[in-house]
Unconditional design. Structure first.
Length: 236
C-alpha cells in the first residue's frame, strides 16, 4: 500500500509544482528570459527538488521554459514570430467560427450577450483595470455555437499561450475599452445575421489584439525588446 502511495504523491506534488510555475509565467510574475533556479523554486513553493525538477521538464516540453547547458533554467522568450504565427491561426479559426455561429445562435442568446456587454460599458469608463472580461465571453459563446471539434481542439492546444498574450495586451491603457468596442461590432453583425460582416469584424479584432501585444512588448523592459529584432515569419 505504501509503495503505491508514494509514486502517486510524488506525481501529485509534481503536478502542483507544474501548475504553480506555469501560473507565475502566465501572470507575468516570471518574465520571459528570467532565470529559474531550482533552489529559488524549492523555497518559493516549499517543495523538494524532485517534483520541482519534474515540473520543469514538463514545462520544457510545452516550451514554457528552456534548459541551457552550464547555465540552467530560463523562462522562454516571447518571440515576434511566435505571436505572428499563432495569431494567423487564431484569426482564421475564430473568423470561421464567428461566421458559423452567426447562423446558429438563437436571438435569445445574442440578446443576452448584448445585455452583458452593455452592462460593462459604465464599469470600463469608471475603472478599466477592474473589468476582467470586456468581451471574452463572446468568444466562448461563438466556439460553442460553431460546434467544430477540430477548431476547438486546435485552439485548446494553444489556450495557455493565448492567455499569456492576453495578459500582455490587456495591460495597455485603453485596450480593454477598445476590445469592448470590437466585440460590440462583432455582436452587432451577428444580430443582423450578416455572416461575412461577423467574420470580418472578428478578424479585425484578432489583428487589433496582436498589434496591442506587440506594442505592449515594445513598452516593456529590455528582456522583451530583444524579441522585436527577430525576423518575421518566413525568414531565417
Amino acid at each position: 500500500m505504501r509503495s503505491d502511495a508514494t509514486p502517486r504523491l510524488r506525481q501529485s506534488l509534481s503536478f502542483i509544482a507544474y501548475e504553480k510555475i506555469k501560473a507565475m509565467i502566465l501572470n507575468m510574475e516570471l518574465e520571459p528570459g528570467s532565470s529559474l533556479t531550482e533552489m529559488w523554486l524549492i523555497e518559493k513553493l516549499n517543495m523538494s527538488r524532485t517534483p520541482i525538477r519534474e515540473a520543469l521538464y514538463r514545462l520544457q516540453q510545452e516550451s514554457f521554459v528552456t534548459l541551457t547547458p552550464h547555465k540552467g533554467w530560463f523562462v522562454s522568450e516571447i518571440s515576434l514570430r511566435d505571436i505572428q504565427e499563432l495569431f494567423e491561426i487564431r484569426e482564421a479559426l475564430e473568423g470561421i467560427s464567428a461566421r458559423h455561429a452567426t447562423r446558429r445562435l438563437s436571438d435569445e442568446q445574442l440578446q443576452e450577450m448584448a445585455r452583458f456587454l452593455a452592462s460593462l460599458e459604465q464599469a470600463l469608463q469608471e475603472d478599466e483595470a477592474a473589468v476582467v472580461d470586456p468581451g471574452d465571453s463572446l468568444h466562448d459563446l461563438i466556439f460553442s455555437a460553431a460546434d467544430n471539434q477540430f477548431i476547438n481542439n486546435i485552439m485548446t492546444i494553444y489556450l495557455d499561450r493565448l492567455r499569456l498574450f492576453h495578459v500582455l495586451a490587456s495591460g495597455l491603457p485603453g485596450r480593454k475599452r477598445q476590445s469592448w468596442r470590437e466585440h460590440q461590432e462583432i455582436l452587432q453583425a451577428m444580430i443582423a445575421r450578416n455572416e461575412e460582416a461577423a467574420e470580418n469584424a472578428m478578424r479585425r479584432h484578432i489583428r487589433s489584439s496582436m498589434q496591442s501585444i506587440l506594442e505592449s512588448i515594445m513598452n516593456k523592459s529590455n528582456s522583451y525588446q530583444r524579441d522585436i529584432t527577430l525576423s518575421p515569419p518566413g525568414k531565417a
